[in-house]
Design a protein around this ligand. Structure first.
Ligand code: SF4
Ligand code: SF4
Length: 101
């Protein structure tokens, strides 16, 4: 395969965030091939406060010159296609416990 390796700038503490997918097929087809594929839904681009994400040909791309590493895009991605490196682990979501009667 060609054009699947891209050098990305390191952020502070060597942090990086990127879309770990090169599949340009339409969402359903991409998802069939890989459950963690980018389906081009655009949720990450809408969420990004710094306009760092573009979606073209069903595939999102993060511009590391604009990205401020806030991780908001990672949170909304429905497939987990956005990968983060060298960030601290997220705290587990708080769970509500209800007593049975
Ligand atoms: S980490 Fe934040 S700034 Fe970077 S692409 Fe995602 S939402 Fe945008
Ligand atoms: S939210 Fe995830 S699946 Fe949707 S366009 Fe962004 S990276 Fe792709």
């Amino acid at each position: 395969p060609k054009m699947i390796i891209e050098l990305r700038k390191k952020g502070p503490k060597s942090r990086r965030i990127f879309v770990s997918c090169m599949n340009k097929d339409k969402g359903g087809i991409a998802r069939k091939a890989c459950t963690a594929a980018c389906i081009g839904c655009g949720k990450c681009a809408k969420e990004c406060p710094f306009d760092a994400i573009t979606v073209e040909n069903n595939l999102a791309y993060i511009d590391d010159n604009k990205c401020r590493l806030c991780r908001k895009c990672e949170t909304v991605c429905p497939t987990g296609a956005i990968h983060t490196i060298n960030f601290p682990l997220r705290k587990p979501a708080e769970t509500t416990v209800t007593a049975e009667t």
